[in-house]
Design a protein. Structure first.
Length: 318
């Protein structure tokens, strides 16, 4: 049986796109494994071997140490196809390619545009870093056997870098979400699942909750997803502690259990070019479970939300 190995130094082992959609589908016909770095140990789950190389603290250690550990484990597994998900793994992916392996790069976002809005990069360095990466990927991406994109919006650009390219959209599995569907939602609760950052609306959610706390009885907000501890420390949550819960990373199915009583699902992204051109998967997940949506007033989003009368689109900066 052909052996396929997914590689990621950033994502969690239960990542919806990587594990639930891609690996689970592949495992029907292939021997599938994942090499990740989350400090949760090795595991066999749904016939998929998960190998953990250990998590390094800090981005530079991750770049220098974790990537080497992932490469070492990948070589040890000796698979036929390697499918990687993070741009920082390009150097080790090229090494695997030199060793005669088939290598696929799964590009979740327009990376150069994403760099322009990385909060941890000083603003004066973002454009330089973005241009450096753009030049780097122009030279390197043509060497891979194929590229997979998560969005239509950046297809026109990446098709110039590699002739073998496929789009696999991040759409939810409606069948898996059926049990969470409800039209009767009784509590004044707000639900969010996804990465937690100011660019993804965290600051606005907190401001809104502080206003609603004084206007709506029993208001409560569920924020589920990975977050930077420093961001939380810098945010004054004292007067809304009893109205807010931060869960951290939780598998999708487990997370959706907290949506059953919620009256609205939120996904209010800042008007960053990369977001404006990419679908928010959360919108479709909320729609699939019958949860009204409040999202950013972007043309791409409005075409979905307004057309299907499933929520409202709002100014993400108001």
């Amino acid at each position: 049986m052909i052996k396929v190995c997914h590689l990621s130094s950033v994502h969690q082992r239960n990542d919806t796109r990587i594990f639930l959609k891609e690996c689970m589908s592949l495992s029907m016909n292939y021997n599938v494994s994942i090499v990740i770095a989350d400090n949760l140990g090795n595991e066999l789950k749904n016939k998929i071997n998960i190998f953990d190389v250990g998590k390094s603290n800090g981005r530079f250690k991750r770049l220098l140490i974790t990537s080497k550990k992932i490469y070492k484990k990948a070589r040890e597994l000796n698979c036929d196809i390697y499918h990687f998900h993070d741009p920082e793994l390009i150097p080790i992916a090229l090494k695997l390619k030199k060793n005669g392996k088939k290598v696929i790069f799964d590009i979740h976002e327009n990376i150069a545009l994403q760099i322009l809005n990385k909060e941890y990069i000083p603003k004066f360095l973002r454009k330089i870093t973005s241009n450096l990466y753009r030049n780097y990927e122009i030279k390197k991406l043509k060497k891979f056997d194929a590229l997979i994109l998560a969005e239509n919006s950046y297809y026109e650009y990446y098709k110039l870098l590699n002739k073998k390219i496929e789009i696999v959209l991040n759409m939810p599995d409606a069948n898996a979400l059926n049990s969470f569907y409800s039209e009767k939602r009784i509590k004044n609760e707000i639900f969010y699942i996804g990465g937690i950052s100011n660019n993804r609306g965290f600051e606005m959610y907190i401001k809104a909750l502080k206003i609603l706390k004084n206007r709506v009885s029993g208001i409560f907000m569920h924020l589920i997803g990975p977050y930077n501890v420093d961001l939380i420390k810098k945010t004054n949550l004292d007067d809304i502690k009893k109205a807010l819960k931060l869960y951290g990373s939780v598998p999708l199915i487990e997370a959706l259990k907290h949506s059953t009583n919620s009256k609205v699902g939120i996904s209010i992204l800042k008007p960053i070019e990369n977001y404006k051109e990419s679908y928010s998967t959360k919108i479709f997940e909320y729609m699939a479970i019958g949860l009204p949506v409040v999202t950013s007033k972007f043309k791409l989003y409005s075409e979905i939300v307004d057309k299907n009368n499933c929520g409202i689109c709002v100014d993400p900066e108001n």
